[in-house]
Design a protein around this ligand. Structure first.
Ligand SMILES: Cc1cc2nc3c(=O)[nH]c(=O)nc-3n(C[C@H](O)[C@H](O)[C@H](O)COP(=O)(O)OP(=O)(O)OC[C@H]3O[C@@H](n4cnc5c(N)ncnc54)[C@H](O)[C@@H]3O)c2cc1C
Length: 468
């Protein structure tokens, strides 16, 4: 891949949370907590996990006092910055969920994920949340012989885990060509289980729906301590029967949880609106999401206003689990994403980068998500979605609701409930492990792009290092 400096629009913005807030305007954070209060359930974090949990709790039991504590504003984290893939893909691998509960339970979790895509679409329609949702599915392309081999292996593996021909299929070349023309694509699959969303619109709409149900969201209210029966903030303490930690990529900043989930960065750029002639050469009329089979993978969407939003790993991890909060993105990440985008779609080279931003997501040591409520302490949490949280947070919210209400349901029997995962290693091992993994991924991709026909052994070593 060549390296050139990305052309930037005159009004280019770096960070400022995300492009998704640019058209909406960054929310003015609401009032902080005004002193000590009592509640039935205190939720820490107003991203999708916290908001979905509050939504289902209040729907199920309107009399509950549900309080959400958010350190900035609702949707400030990954929920207001992501790539907008409302995807049915699992957070983690079915093998790991099957380990404790057996393969059928892992297949049930997979089907629940497919159902959760439709549940988000349903609730958005019911609550009047306009989030540019289009359920056009997802196309995954292979752009080298090695990637094509992996795509075939993945398909066979998905069949083993219950994905039927209706759930995912290889695209014949003429259908691929009619959908989306990616430079250098040698094969592709398509799955219907994905919808495009505008992330900040979903976060904002959910926060509004939750408030309308009577949930109190206190913004500019950082929680400094979570303990049995209480969430402590500089503005007062919420005493509650249940305290739920919904802080995903920020979890490492909460005392006692520094090594639970590694904060991994993901970065995005968005182009200017692209003219008709560019779309003529690309296609993409169905607005499906787009991903690839590289180790250092990308993800993309065609936005409602006809730009391409394109993401991938930037600087993957900051020493000591630091979180870069307002989304500022290094120039070399912007350049690398631009290079990759224009290698996918050379016609986009006539456009420019309008905005770049980054965010953090939570990665557990075994790369699989968990939901948990301990009734003896009243403490609970959900997260560790490893970059697959847009849909999974909905499933998590419904599951946390059932767990808090002590209901035994199909959701509470799913194999990600109550999983125990070991902590990450202390520094400098954590930094070395993650950086070696991504360095090896980059080398593996480069070798495969130079004509290897099989997956590079370097990628397998990388997976071993961090248990990916
Ligand atoms: C750039 C990027 C692209 C992504 N693309 C996709 C995608 O296309 N599809 C997909 O499925 N997933 C994607 N993800 C992941 C997905 O966005 C997340 O998994 C999901 O949004 C997690 O939601 P959450 O509510 O658990 O966490 P968050 O949205 O991060 O919310 C956590 C909230 O907690 C608040 N908080 C943190 N600490 C405290 C504290 N001490 N006190 C009070 N509040 C606190 C934060 O301010 C934040 O608002 C992406 C992530 C990033 C960063």
């Amino acid at each position: 891949m060549s390296t050139m400096s990305a052309p930037l629009s005159p009004g280019f913005v770096n960070g400022d949370v995300s492009f998704w807030y640019r058209s909406l305007g960054l929310p003015v954070p609401g009032d902080p907590l005004g002193g000590d209060i009592e509640a039935d359930v205190a939720i820490v974090g107003a991203g999708y996990t916290g908001l979905w949990t509050a939504y289902y709790l209040k729907k199920a039991r309107p009399s509950l006092r549900v309080v959400v504590l958010e350190k900035e504003f609702a949707g400030f984290g990954a929920s207001g910055r992501n790539g907008g893939w409302l995807t049915g893909a699992l957070a983690g691998t079915p093998e790991r969920y099957a380990k404790t509960h057996g393969p059928d339970a892992a297949r049930r979790l997979q089907r629940s994920m497919f159902g959760a895509v439709d549940e988000v679409v349903r609730v958005a329609a019911e609550e009047g949340i306009e989030a540019d949702i289009v359920k056009g599915g997802i196309t995954t392309v292979a752009r080298s012989a090695a990637q094509a081999g992996r795509l075939r292996e993945d398909l066979a593996w998905q069949r083993d885990w219950g994905w039927t021909e209706e759930d995912v299929r290889l695209l014949p070349p003429e259908e691929m060509d009619a959908r989306l023309r990616v430079n250098g694509a040698v094969s592709a699959t398509w799955s219907p289980h994905c919808a495009r969303i505008q992330p900040a619109k979903l976060a904002r709409g959910l926060a509004r729906a939750v408030r309308d149900l009577g949930v109190e969201i206190y913004e500019r209210t950082p929680v400094t301590e979570i303990a049995r029966g209480r969430a402590v903030t500089p503005h007062g303490t919420v005493t509650a029967g249940h305290v739920l930690r919904c802080t995903e990529g920020f979890t490492a900043t909460i005392p006692g949880h520094h090594r639970d989930w590694l904060p991994m960065n993901s970065s995005m750029i968005v182009t200017e609106p692209l003219p008709e002639k560019v779309w003529d050469s690309i296609g993409w009329a169905g607005r499906e999401l787009l991903g690839d089979m590289a180790h250092y993978y990308m993800y993309a969407q065609r936005t409602a206003d006809d730009r391409i939003a394109f993401g991938g790993r930037g600087k993957p991890y900051l020493y000591g689990s630091k979180v870069d909060e307002r989304g500022h993105t290094h120039a070399w990440t912007v350049d690398a994403l631009w290079d990759l985008l224009t290698s996918f779609f050379p016609a986009v080279g006539s456009s420019r980068v309008a905005h770049a931003w980054s965010g953090v997501l939570g990665v557990p040591r075994d790369w699989c998500a968990t939901v948990h409520v301990d009734h003896t302490t009243g403490l609970g949490w959900a997260g560790g979605y490893t970059g697959h949280g847009v849909t999974t947070t909905n499933l998590a919210g419904r599951t946390l609701c059932d767990l808090v209400l002590r209901r035994e349901t199909e959701l509470t029997a799913l194999p990600w409930v109550d999983r125990r995962v070991r902590a990450w290693e202390p520094e400098p091992l954590r930094w070395l492990g993650v950086h070696s993994m991504y360095r090896l991924y980059r080398l593996a991709d480069a070798r495969e792009n130079r004509g290897m026909t099989r997956t590079s052994a370097l990628a397998k070593i990388a997976n071993k290092i961090t248990g990916h």
